[in-house]
Design a protein around this ligand. Structure first.
Ligand code: PLP
Length: 399
């Protein structure tokens, strides 16, 4: 490790709460899908800030929108009407069947908004005491207490109990288990169509349609967490659209403002009746600066057909990695994913492969110790994906 890196690491030890286990890397600069560390070494970024920097680092058009809005207005609070929020709502809602937006600041908050709206809709509109939220094993919905309860993973809630009540979990791909879990207290079922933190696990379309049909039959709401799999990443603007679903609400965040903290809940008119003035709020939600930036992000994604592109180049990379799996089945167990949300599950411990990729200048994530997770910018160049595939083959073949 270099002197510059060691100095940063030591300073962090002194100054920050210890809540992250970091990669052995301090990043100084980014451009598109390239990053440079504090020693000037260049990397190809296949992680994009964990699916956040969808348009690449320091995208010039997004930078221009940010600079223009920074000179005009940053924040006035939700006490005021703001055209910037409406512009963003109009753009986002044009991509889906939903008709109302609520803006917040993160994925966890977007899920909290979905959960709160589901409960309040049941109590105030349906006049039913239905409050229970059912989620799927392997999901991840965030780290606030409500989102942690929804995530239902003991390792993440260790030391933080008690968590809020009213959450229940069932195994995915098992409609009978869901039927058994649903009852008069069920307010909603919340799913990620492609489980991200769970190791890039796409759920079968038939299963997802079955979940939605059950919700309709039992009078429960159907909610999709699009925080990681949304915003064009899987080849459609929203992952639920692959299975022809019509969720009552979705949660959005990550790449919404290309790196500025922003989240949103998009809901149907009917479900949105559950909120009234004062029911739910957040100081920063939908601020003028983040809204203007996010509007530009959505505009660029739509103008440049980036969802289609993600589907196309993601499929090509998956085919290439699938071919590698066929040739090296003793090294790669499975390649799975949709669009530019790809997991390469290795047969053995993935840490040495992940470390060697890093040493050779490729940044990806290692999930559950064995799965290399790729979540690159939707604008990544195909040649960058090619060189990743070549390098991975070299490493796995001992070259
Ligand atoms: N939902 C999903 C599917 C996620 O992947 C994440 C974060 O990784 C979250 C929610 C939480 O988002 P945030 O970290 O912005 O609160």
């Amino acid at each position: 490790m270099s002197h510059a890196f060691d100095a940063i690491r030591e300073e962090e030890e002194r100054l920050l709460c210890r809540s992250y286990s970091r990669y052995p890397l301090a990043i100084a600069r980014g451009e598109g899908s390239r990053l440079w560390d504090v020693d000037g070494k260049e990397y190809t970024d296949l992680l994009a800030g964990i699916a956040v920097v969808g348009l690449g680092h320091c995208n010039p058009e997004v930078n221009a929108a940010l600079e223009a809005q920074a000179r005009k207005l940053w924040h006035v609070s939700n006490l005021f009407y703001q055209q910037e929020q409406l512009d963003l709502a109009q753009r986002l809602l044009s991509t889906t069947h939903h008709s109302k937006a609520f803006f917040c600041n993160s994925g966890a908050e977007a899920n909290e908004a979905c959960i709160k709206l589901a409960r309040r809709y049941m109590r105030k509109v349906q006049k039913r005491d239905a409050y229970e939220i059912i989620t799927l094993e392997g999901c991840f919905h965030g780290r606030t207490l409500g989102a942690l309860a929804a995530t239902g993973r003991e390792s993440l809630s260790d030391g933080f109990t008690p968590l809020p009540e009213g959450f229940r979990q069932v195994p995915p791909r098992d409609l009978d288990a869901l039927v058994a879990a649903m009852g008069p207290a069920t307010a909603a079922v919340l799913v990620e169509c492609v489980q991200g933190e769970g190791g890039v696990v796409p759920l079968p379309h038939d299963y997802l349609r079955g979940v939605e049909a059950l919700c309709r039959k039992r009078g429960a709401l159907f909610l999709c967490d699009e925080v990681q799999c949304g915003m064009g990443r899987t080849g459609k603007f929203w992952a639920f659209q692959h299975a022809g679903l019509t969720p009552d609400a979705i949660s959005v965040a990550k790449s919404l403002a290309n790196g500025l903290p922003m989240g949103a809940m998009l809901a149907t008119d009917e479900m949105a009746r559950g909120f009234e003035a004062g029911s739910h709020a957040t100081t920063f939600g939908g601020g003028a600066l983040t809204s203007a930036v996010a509007t530009k992000v959505v505009d660029i994604m739509l103008r440049d057909g980036l969802a289609d592109r993600a589907g196309r180049i993601g499929q090509a990379l998956m085919a290439r990695l699938g071919d590698l799996q066929q040739r090296l089945p003793e090294k790669i167990r499975e390649v799975r994913g949709v669009g530019l949300m790809i997991g390469v599950e290795l047969v053995e411990d993935g840490k040495p492969v992940w470390e060697e990729l890093l040493r050779r200048g490729f940044i990806c994530n290692l999930s559950h110790g064995k799965t290399l997770r790729l979540l690159p910018a939707l604008t990544i160049e195909e040649v960058q994906l090619d060189s990743f595939a070549i390098t991975l083959e070299d490493i796995l073949s001992g070259r």
